[in-house]
Ligand binder design. Structure first.
Ligand SMILES: NC(=O)c1ccc[n+]([C@@H]2O[C@H](COP(=O)([O-])OP(=O)(O)OC[C@H]3O[C@@H](n4cnc5c(N)ncnc54)[C@H](OP(=O)(O)O)[C@@H]3O)[C@@H](O)[C@H]2O)c1
Length: 263
């Protein structure tokens, strides 16, 4: 199903748009006629995807920005202030450093909060306000089944995804009244390059293409869309209970460090 260009176009902004779910969303939106602004840190993958999409006739802007920087939004605005962003897909936000919270450097905690909490809030305020003033648009905020329970070694990450889900729900109600769709896209284990780099067994994971497709196809099915395949809903459901939180937290501390070798 094509994403509605008249409702969510002409430009789509994708943070974390150089690989994985973000790149898959970019390709799908390009096929539907959207112009794209792609944001990530490393310039080379951004340039490669830009070249690929432009070869197919899509207009693409790229911006190399670290979303944890204080001025991340200001930097991205340099390439969006003169265009109409009708769709924002805030994708970046995976946890790349694991460890017991009390042992991790404060800067790692701050970075996760900057990208997943402050970043989602800042970008939603700025682009959401413009969309609400126009009376149309869409916002996808990427979450995780990890946001349904606490989890050892990713304490701050799990909490940040819980923030994203609850934040999305309230935003959905406010923005929906102004013609703007908001959906928290709850993702389970997905075969992205970031997970591959962590050495996780991605052969069991959902594809980024399927996750991006579900996010875009369910823009009007907010406030929360849990990826419906590969057991993701079951994972979220079993973590989303008032009973036996101790057991839930122990069970959902996956993958355990000892089984992955990731420290
Ligand atoms: N993959 C999974 O199994 C899984 C499971 C649950 C939830 N999720 C969620 O799905 C989203 C995508 O995850 P992912 O696995 O693809 O990894 P990711 O690292 O969150 O996303 C990869 C994309 O984001 C960019 N990026 C990462 N950190 C950035 C930063 N600080 N500033 C700017 N761009 C940044 C990457 O490019 P650069 O590295 O060049 O910056 C790349 O384009 C995340 O929100 C994650 O929490 C993923």
């Amino acid at each position: 199903m094509a994403t509605d260009l008249a409702k969510y176009g002409p430009w789509a902004l994708i943070t974390g748009g150089s690989e994985g779910v973000g790149a898959a969303a970019a390709r799908q939106l390009a096929a539907d006629g959207f112009k794209l602004v792609l944001v990530a840190r490393k310039p080379e993958p951004l340039e490669a995807l830009k070249a690929e999409l432009e070869a197919g006739g899509t207009e693409v802007r790229i911006k190399s920005v670290d979303l944890s920087a204080d001025d991340a939004l200001a930097q991205v605005r340099q390439v969006t202030d003169d265009i109409e962003v009708g769709l924002m897909f805030y994708n970046a936000g995976a946890n790349s450093v694991r460890g017991d919270f009390v042992d991790l450097d404060r800067s790692i905690t701050q970075q996760v909060i900057a990208v997943n909490v402050l970043g989602q809030a800042d970008f939603s305020r700025h682009y959401g306000k413009l969309m609400c003033d126009r009376g149309r648009g869409g916002i996808v905020l990427t979450g995780s089944t990890g946001g349904y329970s606490g989890s050892a070694t990713i304490v701050t990450y799990a909490a940040s995804k819980a923030f994203s889900r609850i934040f999305s729900e309230g935003l959905w109600l406010e923005c929906g009244a102004k013609g703007v769709d908001v959906v928290h896209l709850c993702i389970g284990f997905t075969a992205t390059p970031a997970m591959e780099r962590l050495g996780l067994p991605i052969e069991f994971a959902e594809t980024p293409e399927e996750v991006a497709r579900q996010g875009l196809e369910n823009l009007t099915n907010g406030p929360v869309w849990v990826v419906s395949t590969k057991g993701t809903i079951d994972g979220a459901r079993s973590a989303n209970t008032f009973d036996n939180r101790a057991d839930v937290v122990r069970k959902h501390t996956v993958p355990p460090r000892e089984s992955t070798g990731v420290s």
